[in-house]
Design a protein around this ligand. Structure first.
Ligand code: PLP
Length: 422
């Protein structure tokens, strides 16, 4: 953190008072909503941002760089590159592999239950998305379905650690090594999630994260790309900033090759402008300090919910953290079993009537989304489990501002709903 020399102490005190007096922290069952997410930032982020505003250094600079270093250390990769969203991170991850690894017409495997911008960037590198089914008890890519999807044209896979639950990285990485498949880990919902003690986003060639407002931690909008490769780092740095050479590690070589061009305006690759601002960097620096505590709260909430929800095992398929993993619980998913005597709509209406916010499991089965009609993709099998999640799944919030009162209220509301059908 900077000293924030430009921000007067009196302002800091006033801001602290505003945050301390926020009434939305007080939960009244049936009167205040149980939200899907809650703001993750406080006084420190605001002061650090004000410091940037008052210093007038507001575009990408030192604070972004500091956060990038901290994030790489946290995830356990050599490098990380901050961008303006998780979607931009996915785009640049695919772009980094374009050419040497992903060639026009190659296939890139992606789970059918993921996010729109887990899939679209595959098309942007002239490859074909291959949608495969997911395992409904983990919400992550079905390992057998993945194996079946691999062909001679498979260049890469976009793994998605959906809802903070890590994919089966052991068997998946074995398949990828055997078939020489590059791995992008879309970890946009899985901050701090671990498989065998290792953080997701550090297994594959490239990892991506989102810091959108409703995620575990937030930089308002924002994203990060993690990698051990200096080559991908350079491609990401050029890709996020116009394709110019300025932040590249290999800058000197390029400058030597083009002595007639002003090095400040030397463009060496296909780039965009996907840069974050210093305000986003300012948020990130302080948000990271809060992340582990937030994850602990989410995991404690999930344990309490699961302990009671297990009695309804005949009605709901409940997500459990596998022993070799740390799930960071993006939310609390509920999957209604086909045999249950009620529907997704009925459960949703009941919960919403109790002011418990709900939403579908991300984009549902993406093959059913109209946008997919516009792209050339391949589907492996019938995607029956993706359909099950589409038709029978929803999630409620599980975040750092929720505690016993909200958990008990959710459980009471579900028990009341279930008893109507007993
Ligand atoms: C799995 C996944 N990938 C990518 C994204 C895109 O992130 P962003 O909203 O920051 O663009 C999201 C968004 O929540 C997501 O859930």
């Amino acid at each position: 953190m900077t000293d924030c020399n430009d921000v007067p102490n009196s302002i800091e005190e006033e801001i602290r008072t505003v945050f301390e007096n926020r009434s939305d922290d007080e939960f009244q069952p049936g009167e205040t909503p149980v939200r899907l997410s809650s703001p993750t930032y406080g006084t420190e982020e605001v002061i650090e941002s004000l410091d940037s505003l008052l210093s007038t250094w507001v575009t990408m600079g030192e604070k972004v760089e500091t956060f990038e270093g901290q994030w790489a250390d946290y995830i356990g990769t050599n490098h990380s590159t901050m961008v303006n969203s998780g979607s931009s991170a996915n785009l640049l991850a695919l772009k980094a592999l374009e050419g040497d690894i992903i060639k026009p017409g190659d296939e890139v495997i992606v789970p059918a239950v993921s996010w729109s911008t887990s899939v679209f960037p595959i098309v942007d590198v002239n490859a074909k998305p291959v949608l495969v089914d997911v395992d409904p008890s983990t919400y992550t890519i079905d390992v057998e379905a993945f194996k079946e999807a691999v062909t001679d044209d498979t260049a890469a896979v976009v793994l998605v650690h959906l809802l903070g639950n890590p994919c089966e990285m052991g068997p998946i990485m074995d398949i990828c090594k055997e078939h020489d498949i590059a791995v992008i880990e879309d970890s946009c919902e899985a901050h701090g999630a671990e498989y065998d003690g290792q953080k997701v986003g550090s297994f594959g060639d490239i990892g991506t994260f989102s810091f959108f407002f409703s995620h575990h931690i937030s930089t308002i909008e924002g994203g990060m790309i993690t990698t051990d490769s200096e080559e991908y780092l350079d491609r990401n740095r050029a890709g996020r900033a116009h394709g110019w050479v300025r932040e590249m590690e290999s800058k000197d070589e390029y400058v030597r090759e083009s002595p007639e061009i002003d090095e400040r305006y030397l463009f060496v690759s296909h780039g965009y402008n996907l840069r974050p601002t210093e305000i986003q960097g300012a948020f990130g620096i302080h948000q990271l300090n809060r992340l582990e505590k937030f994850i602990d709260i989410r995991r404690a909430n999930a344990r309490k919910l699961n302990a009671e929800m297990d009695q309804f095992d005949d009605l709901f398929d409940i997500l459990h953290e596998r022993p070799d993993t740390r799930c960071s619980w993006f939310a609390y998913p509920i999957l209604i079993r086909d045999e249950a005597p009620f529907t997704q709509d009925e459960l949703r209406e009941h919960l919403e009537s109790k002011l418990i916010e709900t939403r579908p499991i991300l984009a549902g089965n993406l093959a059913r989304q109209p946008a997919l009609k516009q792209i050339d993709y391949r589907q492996v099998g019938k995607l029956e489990d993706a359909d099950l999640i589409h038709e029978n799944g929803l999630f409620v919030g599980n975040h750092h501002k929720m505690g016993d009162a909200q958990i008990e209220y959710i459980l009471e509301s579900i028990e009341e709903f279930v008893s109507e059908y007993a």
